[in-house]
Design a binder for this molecule. Structure first.
Ligand code: MG
Length: 203
C-alpha cells in the first residue's frame, strides 16, 4: 500500500507558501508507515519545531490500474475522507533550499492522518465538496474542491502514467490556504460537507 500526495493543488495555498502555480500535478509519496489511523493521536516528532497541519480530501483506490484515462478514473475509487498531510515545515524548507527530497519532512511515521471513510455514491460530486479543519474548536482551513487546480480524475490520470495504482492505495489531493502550526495538546477536527470525519489529538 502506498500514499500518493499532490502538492500545490490550490492556488491560494501555493501563494501563501510563495510557490509558483504548477503546470502539471506535483507528486510525492508517503509509505504505509505514515498512516495515522482514525482517532489515533500524533506524538509531536522530536526532529521538528514547526509541525504544520494540511487538511486534504483523501481518495481510496478500489481497483488496480495503470495508464488510467481521465474519463474512466472515477471507476478506480470507492471511498473518500479527510486527512492531514502533516509537514515538518522547518525540515521541508531546509530540504527545498538545498534542492533535496522532502521525505523526512512529509513522509515520517504518522504524517498521513486519515479520518473515517465514507462511500462515493452516484450523487457524490468530487468537484464540489466543501471541507474544513477546526483547531481547538476554531476553523483554520476552509476548502472547496472546485478550487483544485487539478481535479481528482486528472490527478489519477497523470499519476497512473508513473505509478500503478493498487487497491487500498490512498491519494491526498492537496490543501487549501490556512496551513499553520500545531502544538502539544491541540485538537484537530475535520468536517467534510458538514460531517465530522477526522479527529487528531497532538500529544
Ligand atoms: Mg499537502
Amino acid at each position: 500500500m502506498k500514499i500518493i500526495c499532490v502538492g500545490r493543488n490550490y492556488a491560494d495555498h501555493a501563494k501563501e507558501l510563495k510557490n509558483d502555480l504548477p503546470t502539471e500535478p506535483v507528486l510525492f509519496m508517503k509509505p504505509k508507515t505514515a498512516v495515522l489511523l482514525p482517532g489515533k493521536p500524533l506524538y509531536y516528532p522530536e526532529f521538528t519545531d514547526d509541525l504544520h497541519y494540511e487538511c486534504e480530501l483523501v481518495i481510496r483506490i478500489s481497483k488496480n490500474g495503470k495508464h488510467i484515462q481521465e474519463k474512466f478514473a472515477s471507476k478506480y475509487y470507492d471511498a473518500i475522507t479527510l486527512g492531514i498531510d502533516f509537514t515538518a515545515r522547518d525540515k521541508q524548507r531546509e530540504q527545498q533550499k538545498k534542492g533535496l527530497p522532502w521525505e523526512i519532512a512529509k513522509a515520517f511515521d504518522g504524517s498521513a492522518a486519515v479520518g473515517t471513510f465514507i462511500p462515493v455514491t452516484e450523487t457524490t460530486d468530487l468537484n464540489q465538496l466543501l471541507f474544513r479543519l477546526d483547531k481547538n474548536g476554531e476553523t483554520v482551513q476552509q476548502g472547496n474542491t472546485s478550487d483544485m487546480i487539478f481535479s481528482v480524475d486528472k490527478i489519477i490520470a497523470f499519476a497512473s502514467c508513473y505509478f500503478t495504482f493498487n487497491i487500498g492505495d490512498l491519494l491526498f489531493t492537496g490543501t487549501p490556504a490556512g496551513v499553520g502550526p500545531v502544538a502539544v495538546n491541540d485538537k484537530l477536527e475535520g468536517y467534510l460537507a458538514g460531517e465530522k470525519l477526522l479527529h487528531v489529538d497532538i500529544r
